[in-house]
Design a protein around this ligand. Structure first.
Ligand code: AMP
Ligand code: MG
Length: 419
C-alpha cells in the first residue's frame, strides 16, 4: 500500500536505477514535497513567507475623500476669487461641515475633506492674508484622493501564492490584515559527520580541517527563514543512530534531515543504512552530474532526507539545486525547480568532454549593455573552497560542451538576483 502511494508520486521520467539526471532529480524531489500546512504569523515575521489565502479590500481605499495637497478646500467651481477661511484641518481631524460659496477650509495633505463637491487649491496658488485668501490661479485638478480610487471593498488585492515582500506587508498593514496565513516553515535537522572536523574558531590538529559545511548549511537555510537544529558528530554509527532514533519512532516530526559527509567508500553506506533503519526509503542514490554526484535522497512519509557529499563545492551545488527544489515545493512556490537564465560567457572556457554535465561555480554580472555575463570561476575538484568566495551563480555545462568561446550563450542559475 505504502509502495503504491509512493509510485503515484514518482515522476514519469523516473529512471529504473536510482541514478538520476540532475533536472529529473529536481523534479522528483519537488514532486515529493507538496506544500506544507499553513499558519498565521504576525506581519513583523511575515517577510519572505508565501501567502496561503487571498486578501481582499474590506473597505474602499482610501476609505474617505482626502486632500492630496496642502492648500484650501473650496466649493468646486466656486466663481469667487476671495474666500473666508472658516476652519483649519490637519491629517487625522474629522470635522464635516457644509461649505458655502465664498468659504474655504485650510487643509493639510491626507486630511479628510469636510464636505462633498469640493476641490483643493494648492497653497502655492493663493495669497494668504489672515483669515482670508485670494485665488491667484484656478487649478484644473481637484487635488483630492477620492474614496475608492485605489480599490473598492471586495477587490482582490493580494492573490494567494504571493511571496510577501516589504511592499506587500505595507499593504497588509494598511488593511489591518495583521496575521496573514502563510506556509509554515519546515523543521530541519542538520547532522555533520567527520572525525577530521573541528569548529571554525578552533585550530585544527594534524590531519584535521575546520568544518565549513555547518555554516554553509545554516546560513543557506537561515537566508530562507529556516533556523535548523544542528549537530557535529564524529563518524560513529552508534552516535548517529542514537541521535536519529526519535525520527524512526516518530517521537519528533522533522520535515527535512540533512546529513553532511560520509560520502566516500564505506561511510556512504552508513548514512544510507541508518536512514533505512529509520524507515526512510531511498529514492535517489546518485545523480549524473558533478560536483555532487553521490547524492542520497530518501523519504519517509511526507519527510525527506538528503545525504550530502562532504566536499564543500558539492555541498554548495546540492543545496542550491536539490535541497532548494524541496524547500520551494514545500513552500508552494509556482516554480520549484531551478529556473535557468541565459547569459554570455565572459571569457573562453576550455573543458575536456566529460561523462556528466557540470554545475560550474560562476560569477554573473551585467555587461555594459545590461546583458547577463557569466564568468566561470577557477576550480579543479569538488574539494575546492576558493570558488565559494565570490560564486553567485552556477553555470550549467553539458557533458560535451558545444561552444565555449567568449560571448557564447550559456545557461546559468543566479543564486542572488543582484550580482
Ligand atoms: P565525505 O563525504 O565525508 O567523504 O567527505 C568528503 C570530503 O569533504 C573530505 O575531504 C572531507 O574532509 C570533506 N568534508 C566533509 N565534511 C566537511 C565539512 N563539514 N567541512 C569541510 N569539509 C568537509
Ligand atoms: Mg566524512
Amino acid at each position: 500500500m505504502a509502495h503504491d502511494l509512493f509510485s503515484n508520486i514518482m515522476q514519469k521520467d523516473a529512471p529504473t536505477t536510482s541514478e538520476w539526471e540532475a533536472e529529473a532529480a529536481c523534479r522528483q524531489i519537488a514532486a515529493l514535497c507538496p506544500p506544507l500546512d499553513a499558519e498565521h504569523v504576525p506581519l513583523s515575521q511575515a517577510l519572505g513567507r508565501r501567502l496561503r489565502e487571498t486578501v481582499r479590500a474590506t473597505e474602499d481605499l482610501p476609505p474617505f475623500d482626502r486632500s492630496a495637497m496642502d492648500g484650501y478646500a473650496i466649493r468646486h467651481n466656486d466663481p469667487a476669487t476671495r474666500f473666508t477661511v472658516v476652519d483649519r484641518l490637519r491629517a487625522g481631524d474629522w470635522r464635516p461641515r457644509p461649505l458655502q460659496p465664498g468659504q474655504a477650509v485650510a487643509i493639510a495633505t491626507g486630511a479628510a475633506l469636510p464636505d462633498t463637491g469640493l476641490q483643493v487649491v494648492p497653497r502655492e496658488l493663493v495669497r494668504e492674508e489672515g483669515d482670508t485668501i485670494e485665488l491667484l490661479e484656478r487649478p484644473r485638478d481637484d487635488h483630492i484622493r477620492h474614496r475608492g480610487d485605489d480599490a473598492r471593498a471586495g477587490d482582490v488585492l493580494v492573490p494567494e501564492g504571493t511571496l510577501l515582500q516589504p511592499g506587500t506587508l505595507a499593504l497588509l498593514a494598511s488593511l489591518g490584515h495583521a496575521r496573514p496565513r502563510v506556509t509554515r516553515r519546515p523543521v530541519v535537522w542538520h547532522l555533520v559527520t567527520g572525525n577530521e572536523l573541528v569548529p571554525p574558531e578552533q585550530s585544527p590538529g594534524p590531519g584535521q580541517i575546520r568544518d565549513s559545511n555547518s555554516l554553509l548549511v545554516r546560513t543557506f537555510l537561515e537566508a530562507r527563514g529556516i533556523p535548523p537544529a544542528q549537530w557535529r558528530l564524529p563518524e560513529d554509527e552508534t552516535a548517529m543512530r542514537e541521535l536519529l532514533q526519535p525520527l524512526g519512532t516518530g517521537t519528533v516530526a522533522v520535515d527535512l534531515l540533512l546529513v553532511s559527509g560520509g560520502a566516500s567508500v564505506g561511510p556512504h553506506d552508513f548514512t544510507r543504512r541508518i536512514l533505512e533503519e529509520c524507515g526512510y526509503e531511498i529514492v535517489i542514490s546518485r545523480v549524473r552530474a558533478r560536483p555532487g554526484r553521490p547524492l542520497i535522497v530518501a523519504r519517509r512519509g511526507s519527510s525527506l532526507a538528503f545525504g550530502l557529499p562532504g566536499n564543500p563545492l558539492a555541498h554548495f551545488v546540492c543545496l542550491h539545486l536539490y535541497v532548494n527544489s524541496a524547500l520551494r515545493a514545500w513552500d508552494g512556490a509556482p516554480h520549484s525547480t531551478p529556473a535557468w537564465f541565459t547569459g554570455r560567457l565572459a571569457h573562453g572556457l576550455h573543458t575536456e568532454p566529460g561523462r556528466y554535465p557540470t554545475f560550474w561555480p560562476a560569477r554573473w554580472t551585467f555587461d555594459a549593455e545590461g546583458r547577463a555575463e557569466v564568468q566561470p570561476l577557477r576550480w579543479q575538484s569538488s574539494g575546492d573552497l576558493t570558488p565559494l568566495a565570490t560564486a553567485n551563480a552556477l553555470l550549467r555545462l553539458p557533458a560535451r560542451p558545444a561552444a565555449s568561446a567568449a560571448g557564447s550563450p550559456v545557461s546559468f542559475l543566479p543564486l542572488h538576483l543582484e550580482p
